[in-house]
Design a protein around this ligand. Structure first.
Ligand SMILES: [Zn+2]
Length: 352
């Protein structure tokens, strides 16, 4: 259980990605109905557009986007660093050019804390350098050490800004090198964050390497505070990573795939455009009780997708988010009744 100013969040939890203050295609009242407890918004995108100062003048992010439940804001490290040709890193911070209009910006760890403070996030992420893959050990170490110095600066600023009612999470880096991951965890633990996240994974490395890295990183995270695995993953990944100790997740997979007509179901992934669904009167997933599955057929969803109708993205997204949330709900029940082991053994049957 995670307690924020905007309610209790049962863990393990999946956070739909609402980068620009919207979980694409689905209105917030509907997300509440579906049972979303916590959404992720992105500091970098909101800082560039519409601007955190404007959002603050409009009463903060919760009021601006009309979302009464909890919000976690990513620090933007991943976005800044993913535009490699547009940025320059120094000890002080990052100079970068907006991917929207080419305007020049300079962000420091302190400034990122100020921005997330003004947005009014419930959970704030430290500013880190997301180490790319592949990356040699020496470069990964330089990068990780910079992230650790920035983490300390984030914490110092956050203690000036916050009254203790909101959480600041540190982010473990270190690439795919056990010694570096361990050193990163140790320095963050010593600093005293309210939760820790594992970053720098799901950035193009082979999946077995991601699992290897998690196998030695996750057990080192403190058990008494949240353990957030950033940017992961498929339903199968979630089951396996929960077994390894992660309890918070975000990923664009359910929402992005929905817009591309790919549905996660209890029978695996289905591509709704396939001709076999053209006259299929059944629900997308016979075992799902979401708003989409209770009311609409595969045939109709296929028609909407083929016709390029906006409603296609809406209904598919509602289903995919519901599928993820329902799975997490059942996993929480299984953990509570000590029967989660069976889930792990059967994890192959979950869509990947
Ligand atoms: Zn459904």
């Amino acid at each position: 259980m995670l307690r924020t100013r905007h309610g209790d969040v049962a863990t393990p939890v999946f956070m739909p990605v609402g980068t620009a203050g919207t979980v694409k295609a689905v209105a917030h009242d509907r997300l509440e109905t579906v049972g979303v407890q916590l959404i992720l918004a992105n500091t970098y995108h909101l800082y560039l557009r519409p601007g955190h100062e404007r959002i603050a003048r409009l009463g903060g992010l919760h009021r601006f986007i009309s979302w009464p439940r909890s919000i976690l804001t990513d620090s933007g490290g991943f976005q800044v660093f993913s535009h490699r040709d547009l940025r320059r890193i120094s000890e002080e911070g990052v100079h970068f050019q907006s991917h929207l209009d080419g305007s020049r910006h300079f962000l420091t760890p302190e400034r990122i804390m100020d921005i997330q403070h003004e947005l009014g996030s419930d959970i704030v992420m430290a500013f880190d350098e997301c180490t790319p893959y592949p990356c040699g050990q020496t470069d990964a170490e330089v990068s990780m050490l910079l992230s650790m110095r920035w983490a300390r600066r984030c914490l110092a600023r956050w203690r000036e800004l916050d009254d203790g009612s909101r959480g600041l999470f540190g982010i473990v880096q270190g690439g795919v090198y056990p010694g570096l991951r361990q050193a990163s965890v140790e320095s963050l633990r010593e600093m005293g964050f309210s939760g820790l996240a594992v970053g720098g994974l799901s950035v193009g490395e082979p999946k077995n390497l991601m699992y290897e890295t998690l196998a030695y990183t996750l057990p080192q995270l403190p058990h008494e505070s949240p353990r957030y695995l950033m940017g992961v993953g498929s339903p199968r990944d979630l089951v396996r990573c929960i077994a390894m100790g992660a309890d918070m997740f975000d990923c664009v997979l359910p929402t992005r795939n929905a817009r591309n007509g790919c549905l996660f179901t209890s029978e695996g992934r289905i591509l709704i455009k396939n001709a076999c669904y053209a006259e299929d009167p059944g629900p997308p997933d016979p075992q799902c009780e979401c708003l989409t599955c209770r009311r609409y057929s595969r045939a109709y969803l296929r028609h909407l997708f083929m016709a390029g109708e906006h409603l296609s993205a809406v209904l598919n997204t509602i289903h995919n988010i519901s599928f993820y949330l329902d799975m997490m709900h059942k996993i929480r029940q299984a953990i509570a009744s000590n029967s989660f082991g069976g889930w792990l053994e059967g994890s192959d049957k979950f869509p990947d």
